[in-house]
Write a protein that binds this ligand. Structure first.
Ligand code: CA
Length: 405
């Protein structure tokens, strides 16, 4: 775990080319495999947000102290009741979307989980719990699926970042053979490994993209209802713009995920497996060796396989990480308080992650099918993830929201 405190070796500080205009060119001497692997790292670091951390606190103190009655919040709790707006929209709901009333809620997490997937100094990035107001909005009931993304790709001819070949201009010193399109794919290790080096289970896979989730030889066909993956932030933006929608802010995502309840650890209550029941697609078995699929799915699952939350939303925890529109900073919440009301917060003006200060990261939420309390338990509802904007992976997708206009 302490390895996370060490600087990443310079040769590993390479990542996917930056496609945002403000991103500097990559340093000379870069090898694609390294930059991409590191890109994977960026994603993972949190996007993965979902998973990585927790050997040190396999069970969070808060979880172990959770009240039996999920409607109760143990005092002293910074969480106050959610106050929903009452102005329901008129007319027919947009296809596949549900109404999220908006209103006041307490945002953040007090779960004391210093997971292995976090970096020292940023594992408390969901504090303080603070009071937030968001307007009502429509939200996709599920993550965007492969068949939905296929309609978009057919209509527009859009090619995702993972489908594009990195250029010599972006990486002038990289050997030509290294300039290949691809993305980051999770690969189980043959045996138990120390959980302090994610490169053991993430690899850059030539030809991996949303059409070929595990690379050449794999295909999205037959997985029409699976969430689309290998989606970088610009890819998600292209889709939502085409659809006449947008990505959720982090506050909108959390308001929606909480389903009208206050202070719950999970989107469904305070117990991870109430009455022994699995409530989300996460990882069981020894990470990262074998996902035994005790929840019914070893790996990614079709959308909506588990019970919806209080607003009728599926998979707001687990399955795949989801992009939010906010830039990521671990200290963003520090400007807010429990008493003042932040109205429709949309994130900091600029990104900053002390673990990788040169990377431009946006927020990920929800966790993924790779989340496990052995490594990272950010399927907890108030916890945060992050990812470099041009980096996708096979456990990162998105869903759309839309205003009531
Ligand atoms: Ca699973």
């Amino acid at each position: 775990m302490e390895n996370w405190a060490k600087p990443i070796p310079g040769r590993m500080k390479q990542r996917r080319p930056r496609h945002n205009a403000s991103g500097p060119a990559h340093p000379a001497g870069t090898h694609l495999s390294h930059r991409v692997l590191l890109a994977g790292l960026a994603v993972l670091l949190l996007a993965a947000g979902a998973w990585a951390w927790t050997l040190r606190n396999t069970t969070s103190p808060r979880a172990s102290e959770a009240p039996k009655n999920p409607d109760l919040v143990s005092p002293p709790s910074p969480f106050r009741a959610t106050i929903e707006n009452t102005n329901a929209p008129k007319g027919t709901p947009p296809e596949g979307m549900v109404w999220i009333p908006g209103g006041e809620f307490s945002m953040g997490s007090t779960a004391a989980a210093e997971s292995l997937c976090g970096q020292p100094g940023v594992t408390r990035d969901a504090l303080p719990v603070h009071r937030v107001y968001v307007d009502g909005f429509w939200m996709d009931a599920t993550e965007v699926t492969n068949e939905q993304f296929d309609k978009f790709a057919r209509a527009t001819g859009y090619r995702t970042i993972a489908e594009r070949t990195p250029t010599k201009e972006e990486f002038p010193t990289a050997p030509p053979e290294n300039l290949v399109a691809g993305s980051t794919v999770f690969t189980p290790t043959p045996g138990a490994v120390p959980l302090n080096d994610m490169f053991q289970w993430w690899r850059y896979e030539k030809g991996a993209n949303w059409r070929h989730p595990e690379g050449e030889g794999s295909d999205w066909k037959g997985r029409e209802k699976h969430p689309v993956v290998h989606i970088a932030y610009p890819d998600a933006l292209a889709y939502v713009n085409w659809a006449g929608k947008r990505l959720p802010t982090e506050a909108e995502f959390e308001f929606a995920a909480r389903g009208g309840k206050a202070g719950w650890i999970y989107a469904w209550g305070n117990e991870l497996h109430p009455s022994g029941k699995f409530m989300a697609n996460t990882y069981q078995g020894r990470f990262p060796v074998k996902d035994d699929g005790a929840d019914g799915f070893a790996g990614i699952a079709p959308v909506a396989q588990f019970a919806p939350n209080g607003y009728g939303l599926y998979d707001m925890a687990g399955n795949v990480w989801e992009w939010c529109s906010d830039w990521y900073r671990p200290d963003y919440y520090e400007q807010f308080t429990e008493r003042a009301l932040a109205r429709n917060p949309s994130g900091p003006d600029t990104p900053w992650d002390p673990s990788e200060p040169t990377e431009k990261k946006r927020v990920h939420r929800g966790g993924s099918f790779l989340c496990t309390d052995q490594y990272c338990n950010r399927y907890m509802v108030g916890t945060r993830g992050k990812g470099e904007v041009s980096t996708g992976s096979n456990h990162l997708g998105f869903r759309c929201v839309k205003g009531n206009k």
